[in-house]
Write a protein that binds this ligand. Structure first.
Ligand SMILES: [Zn+2]
Ligand SMILES: [Zn+2]
Length: 378
């Protein structure tokens, strides 16, 4: 059996010490050049597990011994460095990925320690009951026959960081608004413990805002604009109501003081005011805003949703299921449209654009009536 050293630990600790004292020690793990490509996208993980060789361990191995706490135990029942294979395993916070390797916090390995392997930390597999709220029995409810299985798995594992990361693909950037939406959607789905497969319309989401959070809610709940399971109430509150066809409904809102919970609150607010509210910022400030916004968003994934959200059981008056319609061709413009939008005038069938002086549209301003005159001149 042969192991290959993939890198080396560099930090300020040159002799072994109490493992707890390593909690605040930053280490750089310099990866050998030929292995660096293997770090691609490791930065999506907040925590990583490091396997390393405790190379200074030279004491003879005793299969039973007194451990540091004075307990007489077998070597496999303790975490002594003096083992048949002196491998150490630590799950640590990933601070940064750099050109040459990674920077981590809390690795209990001394300067010069050879590193054997690095793995991302997955709460779904790695988080055990003692450490958190994961209910593994729920995993049997993950339907495998929907493209949303991955999302459902992350909801059940309460892995909001992964959801946030993935929702960024839909939203286009990372921001506190998207982060709020991940909290709202994930909490709602966890409470409801019933999952929409995105086809059957068993679950409907009602959003009261057209902002960043709405994208996260569509992503997490699977209730989208396109599958007619998203209702938009043009109210402008950051709130979502999840309704099952059976009638069970939960409304989840954001607590008034949520901004107080933000990490880097002052820095973020200052930049937000300049860049977004006043639209009066230098390129440097815009870049700083993007960076801070992203960081605050990811940091928010660690906030306790109990502090952030209010959940109440309500009743909600759902509209009937969306009808499936055939299409028709407008007698004026000859374009095809859904029959549900057909206007009959003088025995002719028209589309709404041809029949009326305007129509409703959803824009950044909300739902507004759009006049055809603007349409012509525009
Ligand atoms: Zn956003
Ligand atoms: Zn027409």
């Amino acid at each position: 059996m042969q192991l290959t050293k993939i890198g080396i630990v560099k930090n300020s600790i040159n002799a072994s010490m109490d493992p707890l004292k390593f909690q605040n020690i930053e280490s750089v793990i310099e990866i050998n050049e030929e292995f660096r490509d293997g770090l691609y996208r490791l930065d999506e993980s907040r925590y990583v597990t490091i396997v390393f060789l405790m190379h200074k361990s030279t004491e003879p191995i005793r299969l039973k011994h007194f451990n540091r706490h004075g307990e007489y135990k077998g070597v496999f029942a303790t975490r002594t460095p003096h083992r048949p294979n002196s491998l150490g395993i630590s799950t640590v916070q990933l601070l940064e990925t750099t050109e040459k390797g990674i920077q981590v916090m809390g690795l209990d390995a001394i300067n010069g320690t050879p590193v054997i392997d690095i793995k991302p930390y997955f709460p779904l597999y790695d988080l055990k009951e003692e450490n958190g709220p994961l209910d593994t029995s729920m995993l049997t409810f993950v339907p495998l026959d929907t493209p949303r299985s991955w999302i459902i798995e992350k909801i059940l594992a309460d892995d909001k960081t992964s959801l946030f990361h993935a929702a960024g693909q839909l939203h286009g950037h990372y921001c506190p608004g998207l982060a709020l939406g991940i909290h709202l959607g994930t909490r709602g789905m966890q409470e409801l413990r019933k999952f929409s497969n995105g086809i059957m319309e068993n679950l409907i989401a009602i959003v009261e805002m057209n902002n960043c959070a709405s994208d996260a809610i569509q992503f997490v709940t699977g209730c989208t604009f396109g599958n007619n399971s998203l209702i938009f109430e043009d109210i402008g509150k950051t709130a979502v109501t999840l309704v099952e066809r059976s009638g069970k409904a939960l409304r989840i809102t954001v607590k008034d003081n949520w901004r107080d919970l933000l990490p880097n609150r002052d820095e973020y607010t200052q930049l937000f005011d300049k860049v977004v509210r006043d639209r009066n910022a230098t390129e440097e400030e815009i870049n700083a805003y993007r960076k801070t916004s992203r960081q605050v968003g990811f940091d928010m994934m660690n906030l306790n949703s109990n502090l952030l959200l209010n959940v109440e059981v309500i009743s909600y008056d759902l509209p009937a299921r969306a009808p499936i319609h055939s299409d028709f061709y407008c007698d004026k413009c000859r374009e095809k449209a859904m029959s549900s939008r057909k206007i009959i005038k003088n025995d002719q069938e028209y589309c709404m654009k041809c029949a009326y002086e305007g129509y409703y549209r959803l824009t950044g301003h909300g739902i507004e009536f759009y006049h055809k005159e603007n349409l012509k001149s525009g």
